[in-house]
Ligand binder design. Structure first.
Ligand code: KIV
Length: 278
Protein backbone atom coordinates (compact mmCIF):
# COMPACT_ATOMS: atom_id res chain seq x y z
CA UNK A 1 0.00 0.00 0.00
CA UNK A 2 1.27 3.47 -0.90
CA UNK A 3 2.72 5.35 2.08
CA UNK A 4 1.41 8.91 2.35
CA UNK A 5 1.85 11.92 4.60
CA UNK A 6 -0.95 10.42 6.75
CA UNK A 7 1.15 7.26 7.26
CA UNK A 8 4.00 9.40 8.59
CA UNK A 9 1.83 11.57 10.82
CA UNK A 10 0.07 8.49 12.23
CA UNK A 11 3.44 7.04 13.27
CA UNK A 12 4.19 10.34 15.03
CA UNK A 13 0.81 10.43 16.78
CA UNK A 14 1.29 6.84 17.93
CA UNK A 15 4.75 7.74 19.26
CA UNK A 16 6.44 5.26 16.90
CA UNK A 17 9.88 6.12 15.51
CA UNK A 18 10.02 7.14 11.83
CA UNK A 19 12.77 5.71 9.59
CA UNK A 20 14.15 7.51 6.56
CA UNK A 21 17.12 6.91 4.25
CA UNK A 22 18.31 8.72 1.18
CA UNK A 23 18.24 7.02 -2.22
CA UNK A 24 19.18 8.30 -5.62
CA UNK A 25 18.73 5.37 -8.01
CA UNK A 26 16.18 2.72 -8.99
CA UNK A 27 17.76 -0.37 -7.36
CA UNK A 28 18.66 1.26 -4.03
CA UNK A 29 15.19 2.79 -3.75
CA UNK A 30 13.69 -0.65 -4.47
CA UNK A 31 15.79 -2.16 -1.65
CA UNK A 32 14.75 0.63 0.75
CA UNK A 33 11.12 -0.01 -0.07
CA UNK A 34 11.57 -3.75 0.42
CA UNK A 35 13.09 -3.00 3.85
CA UNK A 36 9.85 -1.11 4.61
CA UNK A 37 11.56 2.21 5.28
CA UNK A 38 8.94 4.86 6.11
CA UNK A 39 10.32 7.68 3.94
CA UNK A 40 12.91 7.97 1.18
CA UNK A 41 14.81 11.22 0.73
CA UNK A 42 16.23 12.06 -2.66
CA UNK A 43 18.77 14.27 -0.92
CA UNK A 44 20.97 16.82 -2.64
CA UNK A 45 23.76 14.87 -0.90
CA UNK A 46 23.69 13.11 -4.28
CA UNK A 47 25.98 15.94 -5.38
CA UNK A 48 28.69 14.36 -3.24
CA UNK A 49 27.95 10.63 -3.26
CA UNK A 50 26.66 10.30 -6.85
CA UNK A 51 28.33 13.17 -8.70
CA UNK A 52 31.60 13.52 -6.78
CA UNK A 53 31.24 17.20 -5.83
CA UNK A 54 32.80 18.50 -2.60
CA UNK A 55 29.44 19.68 -1.25
CA UNK A 56 25.81 20.15 -2.33
CA UNK A 57 26.12 23.64 -3.81
CA UNK A 58 26.43 22.61 -7.46
CA UNK A 59 23.36 20.37 -7.61
CA UNK A 60 20.73 21.59 -10.10
CA UNK A 61 16.98 21.17 -10.27
CA UNK A 62 17.38 19.12 -13.48
CA UNK A 63 19.67 16.66 -11.66
CA UNK A 64 17.20 16.42 -8.76
CA UNK A 65 14.43 15.77 -11.29
CA UNK A 66 16.36 12.93 -12.95
CA UNK A 67 17.29 11.16 -9.70
CA UNK A 68 13.76 11.64 -8.31
CA UNK A 69 12.33 9.93 -11.41
CA UNK A 70 14.64 6.95 -10.92
CA UNK A 71 13.77 6.64 -7.21
CA UNK A 72 10.03 6.90 -7.81
CA UNK A 73 10.24 4.05 -10.36
CA UNK A 74 12.06 1.82 -7.84
CA UNK A 75 9.90 2.72 -4.84
CA UNK A 76 6.45 3.53 -6.14
CA UNK A 77 4.81 2.67 -2.81
CA UNK A 78 7.18 4.72 -0.63
CA UNK A 79 6.72 8.25 0.64
CA UNK A 80 9.36 10.16 -1.31
CA UNK A 81 10.74 13.56 -0.32
CA UNK A 82 12.97 15.38 -2.77
CA UNK A 83 15.44 18.14 -1.88
CA UNK A 84 15.09 21.63 -3.34
CA UNK A 85 18.71 22.33 -4.37
CA UNK A 86 20.72 25.49 -3.67
CA UNK A 87 18.93 28.65 -4.93
CA UNK A 88 16.06 26.69 -6.50
CA UNK A 89 14.13 28.24 -3.59
CA UNK A 90 14.67 31.21 -1.30
CA UNK A 91 14.73 33.71 -4.18
CA UNK A 92 11.07 34.18 -5.15
CA UNK A 93 7.75 32.46 -4.52
CA UNK A 94 7.08 31.90 -8.23
CA UNK A 95 10.52 30.29 -8.87
CA UNK A 96 10.08 28.07 -5.80
CA UNK A 97 6.60 26.91 -6.81
CA UNK A 98 7.80 26.19 -10.35
CA UNK A 99 10.84 24.20 -9.13
CA UNK A 100 8.93 22.28 -6.47
CA UNK A 101 6.38 21.38 -9.16
CA UNK A 102 9.17 19.82 -11.25
CA UNK A 103 10.10 17.48 -8.34
CA UNK A 104 6.49 16.57 -7.57
CA UNK A 105 5.85 15.78 -11.25
CA UNK A 106 9.03 13.63 -11.21
CA UNK A 107 7.43 11.45 -8.51
CA UNK A 108 8.10 13.04 -5.09
CA UNK A 109 5.26 13.39 -2.59
CA UNK A 110 6.95 16.28 -0.77
CA UNK A 111 9.92 18.61 -1.06
CA UNK A 112 12.51 19.55 1.57
CA UNK A 113 13.75 23.10 2.03
CA UNK A 114 16.70 24.22 4.19
CA UNK A 115 16.46 27.21 6.53
CA UNK A 116 13.72 29.43 7.90
CA UNK A 117 14.29 33.02 6.77
CA UNK A 118 11.29 35.23 5.95
CA UNK A 119 11.42 34.55 2.22
CA UNK A 120 11.52 30.79 2.79
CA UNK A 121 8.60 30.94 5.24
CA UNK A 122 6.57 32.82 2.59
CA UNK A 123 7.49 30.19 0.00
CA UNK A 124 6.56 27.28 2.28
CA UNK A 125 3.11 28.87 2.80
CA UNK A 126 2.65 29.26 -0.95
CA UNK A 127 3.71 25.64 -1.59
CA UNK A 128 1.36 24.15 0.99
CA UNK A 129 -1.46 26.38 -0.26
CA UNK A 130 -0.80 24.93 -3.71
CA UNK A 131 -0.94 21.33 -2.46
CA UNK A 132 2.80 20.68 -2.15
CA UNK A 133 3.84 19.12 1.17
CA UNK A 134 7.07 20.52 2.63
CA UNK A 135 9.66 19.18 5.06
CA UNK A 136 11.86 21.75 6.85
CA UNK A 137 15.58 21.41 7.67
CA UNK A 138 17.37 23.18 10.56
CA UNK A 139 20.67 22.89 12.40
CA UNK A 140 23.52 22.23 9.99
CA UNK A 141 21.96 23.04 6.62
CA UNK A 142 24.55 21.95 4.02
CA UNK A 143 23.56 24.60 1.45
CA UNK A 144 24.79 27.27 3.92
CA UNK A 145 28.24 25.64 4.20
CA UNK A 146 30.03 28.77 3.01
CA UNK A 147 28.45 30.93 5.71
CA UNK A 148 28.98 28.24 8.39
CA UNK A 149 32.64 27.88 7.32
CA UNK A 150 32.57 24.09 6.92
CA UNK A 151 30.78 20.99 8.25
CA UNK A 152 30.19 22.20 11.84
CA UNK A 153 27.84 21.22 14.67
CA UNK A 154 25.17 23.94 15.11
CA UNK A 155 23.06 25.19 18.05
CA UNK A 156 25.76 24.49 20.62
CA UNK A 157 24.58 27.09 23.14
CA UNK A 158 21.40 27.78 25.14
CA UNK A 159 20.68 30.91 23.05
CA UNK A 160 21.15 29.08 19.75
CA UNK A 161 18.95 26.23 20.92
CA UNK A 162 16.18 28.72 21.76
CA UNK A 163 16.67 30.31 18.31
CA UNK A 164 16.40 26.87 16.68
CA UNK A 165 13.11 26.27 18.53
CA UNK A 166 11.80 29.67 17.37
CA UNK A 167 12.65 28.75 13.79
CA UNK A 168 11.06 25.31 14.18
CA UNK A 169 7.86 26.97 15.40
CA UNK A 170 7.91 29.39 12.45
CA UNK A 171 8.30 26.46 10.05
CA UNK A 172 5.45 24.62 11.76
CA UNK A 173 3.29 27.75 11.48
CA UNK A 174 4.18 28.08 7.78
CA UNK A 175 2.92 24.53 7.20
CA UNK A 176 5.80 22.03 7.10
CA UNK A 177 4.76 18.50 8.11
CA UNK A 178 8.17 17.53 9.63
CA UNK A 179 11.60 19.03 10.24
CA UNK A 180 15.06 17.50 9.74
CA UNK A 181 17.47 18.47 12.55
CA UNK A 182 21.05 17.95 11.40
CA UNK A 183 24.26 17.93 13.46
CA UNK A 184 23.00 19.57 16.65
CA UNK A 185 23.56 18.50 20.28
CA UNK A 186 21.13 15.75 21.24
CA UNK A 187 19.76 17.80 24.18
CA UNK A 188 18.96 20.72 21.84
CA UNK A 189 17.19 18.36 19.40
CA UNK A 190 15.22 16.80 22.26
CA UNK A 191 14.16 20.25 23.49
CA UNK A 192 12.91 21.24 20.02
CA UNK A 193 11.16 17.89 19.55
CA UNK A 194 9.33 18.25 22.86
CA UNK A 195 8.16 21.77 22.10
CA UNK A 196 6.64 21.43 18.62
CA UNK A 197 3.70 19.40 17.34
CA UNK A 198 5.21 17.87 14.20
CA UNK A 199 7.85 15.13 13.82
CA UNK A 200 11.56 15.91 13.92
CA UNK A 201 13.84 13.68 11.86
CA UNK A 202 17.36 13.63 13.24
CA UNK A 203 20.72 13.15 11.57
CA UNK A 204 23.48 13.61 14.10
CA UNK A 205 20.84 14.87 16.54
CA UNK A 206 20.42 12.02 19.03
CA UNK A 207 17.84 9.38 19.74
CA UNK A 208 15.07 11.66 21.02
CA UNK A 209 14.01 12.97 17.61
CA UNK A 210 10.75 11.51 16.28
CA UNK A 211 12.71 9.65 13.60
CA UNK A 212 16.12 9.25 11.99
CA UNK A 213 17.57 9.76 8.52
CA UNK A 214 20.93 8.61 7.15
CA UNK A 215 22.64 9.07 3.82
CA UNK A 216 22.41 5.59 2.33
CA UNK A 217 26.00 5.64 1.08
CA UNK A 218 27.27 6.32 4.63
CA UNK A 219 25.03 3.58 6.05
CA UNK A 220 26.07 1.02 3.44
CA UNK A 221 29.74 2.04 3.54
CA UNK A 222 29.61 2.83 -0.19
CA UNK A 223 31.04 6.38 0.02
CA UNK A 224 34.72 5.96 0.77
CA UNK A 225 35.90 9.61 1.09
CA UNK A 226 34.81 9.97 4.74
CA UNK A 227 32.15 8.80 7.18
CA UNK A 228 30.65 11.44 9.47
CA UNK A 229 30.81 10.79 13.26
CA UNK A 230 27.01 10.46 13.44
CA UNK A 231 26.68 7.82 10.70
CA UNK A 232 26.58 4.14 11.60
CA UNK A 233 28.00 1.81 8.92
CA UNK A 234 25.81 -1.30 8.51
CA UNK A 235 27.93 -2.77 5.70
CA UNK A 236 31.11 -2.15 3.77
CA UNK A 237 29.76 -2.06 0.25
CA UNK A 238 32.72 -0.09 -1.17
CA UNK A 239 35.09 -2.87 -0.11
CA UNK A 240 32.74 -5.50 -1.56
CA UNK A 241 32.64 -3.55 -4.85
CA UNK A 242 36.45 -3.33 -5.10
CA UNK A 243 36.77 -7.05 -4.30
CA UNK A 244 34.15 -8.01 -6.89
CA UNK A 245 35.64 -5.80 -9.64
CA UNK A 246 39.15 -7.12 -8.89
CA UNK A 247 37.83 -10.69 -9.07
CA UNK A 248 36.30 -9.94 -12.46
CA UNK A 249 39.55 -8.41 -13.74
CA UNK A 250 41.50 -11.48 -12.60
CA UNK A 251 39.03 -13.81 -14.33
CA UNK A 252 39.29 -11.83 -17.58
CA UNK A 253 43.11 -12.02 -17.50
CA UNK A 254 43.07 -15.77 -16.74
CA UNK A 255 40.30 -16.49 -19.27
CA UNK A 256 38.13 -17.84 -16.43
CA UNK A 257 35.41 -15.48 -17.58
CA UNK A 258 33.28 -15.93 -19.61
CA UNK A 259 32.79 -19.65 -18.97
CA UNK A 260 30.49 -21.92 -21.03
CA UNK A 261 27.61 -20.94 -18.73
CA UNK A 262 27.89 -17.35 -19.84
CA UNK A 263 28.06 -18.10 -23.60
CA UNK A 264 25.57 -18.55 -26.41
CA UNK A 265 26.34 -21.50 -28.79
CA UNK A 266 25.55 -22.40 -32.35
CA UNK A 267 23.68 -25.70 -32.70
CA UNK A 268 25.64 -28.65 -34.17
CA UNK A 269 24.21 -28.23 -37.68
CA UNK A 270 25.21 -24.58 -37.90
CA UNK A 271 28.54 -25.31 -36.28
CA UNK A 272 29.31 -28.04 -38.85
CA UNK A 273 28.58 -25.64 -41.69
CA UNK A 274 30.87 -23.11 -40.15
CA UNK A 275 33.65 -25.68 -39.56
CA UNK A 276 33.40 -26.97 -43.15
CA UNK A 277 33.73 -23.47 -44.49
CA UNK A 278 36.92 -23.07 -42.49
O1 KIV B 1 20.78 15.78 1.24
C1 KIV B 1 20.64 15.01 2.19
O2 KIV B 1 20.98 13.83 2.14
C2 KIV B 1 20.05 15.55 3.40
C3 KIV B 1 20.15 14.72 4.63
C4 KIV B 1 21.51 14.84 5.17
C5 KIV B 1 19.10 15.04 5.62
O3 KIV B 1 19.56 16.64 3.41
Amino acid sequence: MKKTISTILKLYQENKKISMVTSYDYSTAKAAQEANIDMILVGDSLGMVMLGHENTINVTINEMELFTKAVSKGANESFIVSDMPFLSCGVSVSETVKNAGILIKAGAQAVKIEGANNEILKEIKALTENGIAVMGHLGFTPQYINTFGGFKVQSKTYDKTIKMLENAKKLQEAGVFAIVLEMVPCQSAKYVTQNINIPTIGIGAGVDCSGQVLVIDDMLGRYSNFTPKFAKKYANVYEIMVQAISGYKKDVLNKHFPSENHCFCLNDEELNKLNNKM
